[in-house]
Design a protein around this ligand. Structure first.
Ligand code: PBG
Length: 310
């Protein structure tokens, strides 16, 4: 009876699994703050993508750790960059698995900011950054990315990326926009995983104030107008009210990102025997879906897929 009247059903098909791809051969670096998560060289990333596909998870989200970082984030839009190479390799091994690529500069800039920084002032330059972000997205689409996902939060980036994709012949490549992305303490472990912590200052000039919910609707509206195909709320659990409101204001698919800090908290408590890991994770993800997410990006994806099918 209990299952018969259940309103919300979690399925492996709801999930997206993030993968951190690094240069080098045969690398599998554990991320200390994210037990179970590794920085993977391309051969391991392909194996992981294959495993994820076999579990019924429809998509992976790729983040890259380049060979070198510089002020112009060259590695982000290099046709032979780490994400471009990984995308080609994964699409070749598992053509049906969707490859979503992160479009941001923070993993590729020497200072770790999501855009180009003016030297004298340390200010992030919005419009100069747009051009590089658009080039990044186009190079990823060229490499075979099925969806591009701008996470930088520069103003006007969805429009800039849409127009570049269209010009380069990728009219059919959708954009999953991080529409409501908060300046959150819960990204801490990710910055270790992606080696993308800002070297000075913080991201508050381009990410949102956690106190603001209406602003999320404004941001989402802009992204939709600019051509977003999927909108995202991030992090997930502290922002379920925002997720619900975004769900109610758009008919586009809505994604929620269950971020690194949310993952780390559950893992740490479970390792201490303080909570039941499986129940806690299934409850949290069911809550995210109940709040309105069509798509959940989560580091728990393979575990969850296994539990749901076993
Ligand atoms: C890059 C980016 C971040 C995350 C996804 N893309 C970090 C940040 O904004 O500092 C965080 C994801 C996570 O914490 O799991 N801009």
């Amino acid at each position: 009876m209990r299952g018969f009247v259940r309103e919300t059903r979690l399925s492996p098909e709801d999930l997206v699994y993030p993968i951190f791809v690094t240069v080098g051969e045969d690398v599998r670096n554990p991320v200390a703050s994210m037990p179970g998560i590794f920085q993977l060289s391309i051969n391991h990333a392909v194996a992981e993508a294959q495993r994820v596909h076999d579990l019924g998870i429809p998509a992976v989200l790729l983040f890259g750790l380049p060979e070198q970082k510089d002020e112009a984030a060259t590695g982000a839009y290099d046709p032979e960059g780490i994400v471009q190479l990984a995308t080609r390799a994964i699409k070749e091994a598992a053509p049906e698995l969707l490859v979503i690529t992160d479009v941001c500069l923070c993993e590729y800039t020497s200072h770790g900011h999501c855009g180009v920084v003016e030297k004298e002032t340390g200010e992030v330059l919005n419009d100069v950054s747009l051009e590089l972000l658009a080039r990044t997205a186009a190079s990823q689409a060229e490499a075979g990315a099925d969806i591009v996902a701008p996470s930088d939060m520069m103003d006007g980036r969805v429009a800039a990326i849409r127009s570049e994709l269209d010009n380069e012949g990728f009219e059919n490549t959708p954009i999953m926009a991080y529409a409501a992305k908060y300046a959150s303490a819960f990204y801490g472990p990710f910055r270790e995983a992606a080696d993308s912590a800002p070297q000075f200052g913080d991201r508050r000039s381009y990410q949102m104030d956690p106190a603001n919910a209406r602003e999320a609707l404004v941001e989402t509206g802009l992204d939709v107008e600019e051509g977003a195909d999927i909108v995202m709320v991030k992090p997930a659990l502290p922002y379920l009210d925002v997720l619900r409101r975004v769900r109610e204001t758009t008919d586009l698919p809505v994604a929620a990102y269950n971020v690194s800090g949310e993952y780390a908290m559950v893992k740490a408590a479970a390792q201490n025997g303080w909570i039941d890991e499986q129940r806690a994770i299934l409850e949290a993800l069911t809550g995210i879906k109940r709040a309105g997410a069509d798509i959940i990006i989560t580091y728990h994806a393979p575990d969850v897929a296994r539990w749901l099918s076993g």
